[in-house]
Write a protein that binds this ligand. Structure first.
Ligand code: VGL
Ligand code: ZN
Length: 217
């Protein structure tokens, strides 16, 4: 029996894209900024992605000495928050430096039909959790135009981490007028001070649907 016998199953149509967020070595156990149980999403996403004609991968891709790294701020430690010109910024361990092994996709990630890879966070002065808008909330990555020009009207978001890059991407999808859903069992969170619960609340308020992989027909 096909998976779409499930009540509420919604086979993704040609106007829907799966956005696979930051499934990279650096965010897996053993990486520079490990997301607890982040490795568990890899087989889930591999199977999920086969149901979508349109798949976009994102890659956290930081300049060396990026200003989101605690190491760029003497006296500061990872997971503290500081004020940068564009607003509050959580400081992270050095992670996903462009071109390094840590920034590579998870070795088990197997989505040969993905059509676009969107790199973000490459400007030293500005972070970018979202795949649509950098942290200054002004600079666009171009993903909104790419999706619009391909006739995409809805996105399903999965990957790492639920409370940062996944949530910001889903929230900005709504900002650009796209329907958006987050596939909960295809995500894992970092969870700093309740940030996972806060992210789900913000997403619900913005009209982001919370679904499971089994609901995708
Ligand atoms: C991420 C923190 C820093 C993410 C990226 O992919 O969620 N989180 N850079
Ligand atoms: Zn990052």
């Amino acid at each position: 029996m096909p998976a779409n016998h499930l009540a509420g199953a919604e086979p993704p149509g040609p106007d829907t894209a799966l956005i696979v967020v930051d499934v990279q070595v650096g965010f897996l156990p053993g990486g520079s900024l490990p997301v607890p149980r982040g490795d568990e999403v890899v087989p889930v996403i591999n199977a999920l992605a086969r149901r979508y004609a349109n798949v976009v991968l994102t890659q956290d891709w930081h300049a060396p000495e990026h200003l989101s790294f605690a190491s760029a701020h003497p006296g500061r430690a990872p997971f503290e928050t500081i004020d940068l010109p564009y607003g509050p910024q959580v400081l992270w361990p050095d992670h996903c430096v462009m071109g390094t092994a840590d920034a590579a996709f998870a070795p088990g990630l197997d989505i040969p039909h993905a059509q676009a890879i969107l790199r973000k966070g490459y400007r030293r002065e500005v972070d970018s959790y979202s795949a649509f808008l950098e942290a200054d909330r002004i600079t666009r990555t171009g993903l909104d135009g790419y999706l619009a020009s391909r006739g995409i009207r809805a996105v399903h978001v999965c990957g790492l981490a639920t409370d940062f890059c996944v949530a910001w991407t889903a929230l900005d999808a709504r900002r650009y007028g796209l329907a958006a859903a987050v596939i909960e069992d295809a995500c894992r969170g970092i969870d700093l001070g309740g940030s996972v619960a806060k992210a789900w609340a913000e997403m619900a308020a913005a009209g982001v649907r919370r679904i499971s992989a089994a609901q995708v027909g």
